[in-house]
Design a protein around this ligand. Sequence first.
Ligand code: NAP
Length: 520
Amino acid sequence: MKSLSSYLGGRWIEGTGTPQVLVNPATEEPLAQASSDGIDLAAALDYARRVGGPALRALSFAERGALLKGMAQAMQAHRDELLDLAVANGGNTRSDGKFDLEGAIFTLTTYAEIGERLGAAKFLIDGEGVQLGRSPRFHGQHVCVPRAGVAVHVNAFNFPAWGLAEKAAAALLAGMPVLCKPATSSAMVAHRIMEILAQEKILPEGALSLLVGSPRDLASLLGGQDVLAFTGSGDTGARIRALRNVLVESVRVNVEADSLNAAVLGPDVEPGSDMYELFLKDVQRDMTQKAGQKCTAIRRVIVPAALAAGVREDLAGLLGAVRVGNPALSEVRMGPLATAAQLADAREGVERLVAEGKLAFGSAAPCAGAGVAAGKGYFISPVLVEFAAGASGDAVHTREVFAPVASLLPYSGEAAEGAAMVARGAGGLVSSLYSDDAAWIEAAVFGIAPYNGRIYLGHPKIELSPGPGTVLPQLVHGGPGRAGGGEELGGERALAFYLQRVALEGSRPVIQKLLGTQAV
Ligand code: NAP
């Protein structure tokens, strides 16, 4: 069985102790093992700060952007083997694997272009200079410089390629070295990406490190110049935020956590219309892509009460056509969940939802996967739980079931009521609205805006719309409250997390000479 080493301090290091075994979640066949025990994590962080940081800070944005382009090209060149690993270790269909890998490549390419646009500068000038006194000589100017620490990136199991790339793109472009910690259960894709990048010497020494296996006390070793971007469960995010060093040394932390994303159908939408069909397609895609293990997947489907029965039947028809099984088979449309623990958690979550509503499609019962031996694999069928109009269940608005599971909730059709239901999720990554009625859209958008990081306005005339579940690098990803209160991506905005804003105050000619901003 392959042992996955960590790439730290510029070399591959294997941990000691009892390793964690990584399996194929469709067949439960062991694929690899990893351990981080015994590895000197403090030395690894120090190497990144000492060696990777100065190397990146010496480069311009354009040069750092060129590094990202190199990463994207290297991943593209190894696309097929990375997809094979995503199918085997992630339980991904090939289409799921492409969603992860192509998203990674697109994000790196987008940030490479931003680097090219920012050009020869090594730091950002923030806004116009300001006159501070009666004389124009007394001058102030904000600038944003790369932080002198290391960016630790802790990722969830569901996007091993995209998770690595979307966080690394912003940090490396800003000029900070990265230590990436992929979730252990699906780490084979991120590990292979690191092997490729190290082998081909795409990045300067120390710019990117990879820790495979348990994070141990990694987050406790960070200081005031370091940053930590975390994606995973709200519980782990809260534990990290409460660490003493994080509080005392003001370690900058970004958390992307749980989210009960909602899709709201407007009362003007006629069954059978293009808008209605788009809505159904988006819900079905979000429920079943990556077996529903997407932080942005639609969890609450909010529809006018008069349409609820029709939506239930139409969705049941679409979900029934999804073949569940070994994602290595081309006819399979949905693979298993990532781990036995995720399956147990999903079953428990469905039970909680069903205690408040009733099953409209599927169930939490064991589900056989096509093309695998009986009883093997972490399979669950798509599940739709229906709620009665006015039902004030709690779990439906608080329990994210990270699986192909959604709840159908009827409402009056009033935008204010729909918005109030969305708000009960207490903060989400994305909500989607489907309507052609401008007044309804306005009331709904501004009703839900404070509770969401992104609002997707579904429209059938948008060609090749990726739906609400796709995170685009040009737009922010994150959300308030339950979603972690964080923000990633959003084009150039993403750099701010890795930069220190500093105000320069002094003589205008001195500051302008220093920054090269004097008028010509
Ligand atoms: P998790 O247990 O919080 O793990 C997420 C990551 O954190 C993994 O890499 C894990 O490493 C690491 N980790 C665990 N304990 C840690 C600690 N004390 N210090 C530092 N790192 C630590 O989450 P999960 O249950 O695997 O992930 C599923 C959940 O994540 C879902 O329920 C979903 O809500 C959420 N999620 C959110 C987003 C988003 O963008 N908002 C995306 C995907 C998933 P190991 O794997 O080695 O334990």
